[in-house]
Design a protein around this ligand. Structure first.
Ligand code: OSB
Ligand code: MG
Length: 368
């Protein structure tokens, strides 16, 4: 395939409500979209970096800079641009997995559109629809949290994930569990806000029958997670810590992770994500697809990934209206707790021109 141009589109979409985590609060989604233009088709990818380097080292403008200066030039030097060749062409550049993932999926989308093949088929999907879970931010009060959770359950979400941090953990989890009863699948995500010294405190979550506690400790502390796992009944899931297939193996073999959250951006792309999925399957470790407040572009691709066989746990792939009054693609919708995997070629969706224009902050083109 020949690439003629890469376009970067900075967009800003207001969130329907602020989303607070242990590392910060987002009022809108500032995102970066990558468009791969070829003589015949175009492909789209979403870079999931946040505007500030608080979830991981990447941030929107840093990712754009890496794309412009290093990643796009490395890909444009390829004699034949294919998604399978992109990963190898980018390995010389250290880090920047979210920027790399966005470029790779934009190229893969174009390639699959040309071949008239859905991303789900290309990845090896086995389900036409995936169950939908929701990540619920930290709130100002417990009544406000219970209201929000009631709303999501009424909408049909099959699993609730509560964001926690020191000072917002045992009490809200107890309140939600008592309010909902034992049947509702419930889990928590700390985004690395605790230390091993909090082990006794975190064990107070054990009675609430959580599916898992996600990323209780900082990203680089696999040993700490393994030690914590020995002191909790609640299984530990890793998100931020798992940045590559090798890290996934280490996390599993060291006892640091009983479950892994796979985010394509965090691991450098959908092909790396599939490799980690396969490794986890071989180790009997279940996985689920995490979310990064994606627009419909990233959300559609995540649905294809979530349809692979070992994505046996409910992921954070929710409907567009969980976050946005107006998505930049036709809205991704949920019915009875399920979202259909797109069936069109490539990622199966594209931006709506008017919606993209409304959300647009600025654009840059790189002619090749
Ligand atoms: O840790 O899973 C996380 C959103 C932004 C950054 C990190 C995380 C999240 C979420 C996902 O919890 C929410 C979603 O996109 O559905
Ligand atoms: Mg997480």
């Amino acid at each position: 395939m020949k690439l003629t141009r890469i376009e970067l589109h900075w967009v800003r979409l207001p969130l329907v409500a602020p989303f607070r985590t242990s590392f910060g609060v987002e009022y809108d989604r500032e995102a970066l979209l990558v468009k791969a233009v070829t003589p015949d088709v175009v492909g789209w990818g979403e870079c999931v970096a946040l505007p500030q380097p608080l979830y991981s080292a990447e941030y929107v403008d840093g990712a754009a800079d890496a794309l412009i200066r290093f990643l796009v030039p490395a890909v444009s030097a390829l004699p034949d641009v294919t998604a399978a060749a992109v990963g190898a062409a980018l390995t010389a550049v250290k880090g920047h997995p979210m920027a790399k993932a966005a470029l790779e999926i934009a190229i893969l989308d174009a390639q699959l559109r040309q071949a008239n093949m859905p991303l789900a088929d290309y990845l090896g999907a086995v389900r036409p629809a995936v169950p939908s879970g929701v990540s619920v931010g930290i709130m100002a009060s417990i009544p406000e949290l219970l209201d929000a959770v009631d709303g999501y359950l009424a909408a049909g979400y099959q699993r609730i994930k509560l964001k926690i941090q020191p000072g917002w953990d045992v009490a809200p989890v107890r309140a939600v569990r008592e309010h909902l009863g034992d049947a509702v699948p419930l889990q928590v995500d700390a985004n690395g806000a605790y230390t091993l010294a909090d082990a006794v405190h975190l064990a107070r979550l054990d009675p609430f029958e959580l599916l898992m506690i996600e990323q209780p400790l900082v990203e680089d502390d696999l040993r700490g997670h393994a030690a914590l796992a020995r002191r909790l009944r609640t299984p530990i899931c890793l998100d931020e810590s798992v940045t590559s297939p090798a890290r996934a193996v280490e996390a599993i073999e060291s006892g640091a992770a009983a479950v892994i959250n796979i985010k394509p951006g965090r691991v450098g792309g959908y092909l790396q994500a599939r490799r980690i999925h396969d490794i986890c399957a071989a180790h009997g470790v279940p996985v689920w697809v995490g979310g990064m407040l994606e627009t419909g572009i990233g959300r559609a691709a995540n649905l294809a990934l979530a349809a692979l066989p070992n994505f046996s746990l409910v992921g954070d792939v929710s409907a567009s209206d969980r976050f946005f009054a107006r998505d930049i693609t036709p809205p991704i919708t949920m019915r009875d707790g399920w979202i259909e995997v797109p069936t069109g070629p490539g990622i199966g969706v594209e931006p709506d021109d008017a919606a993209l224009k409304e959300a647009s902050v600025r654009s840059e083109w790189i002619d090749l």
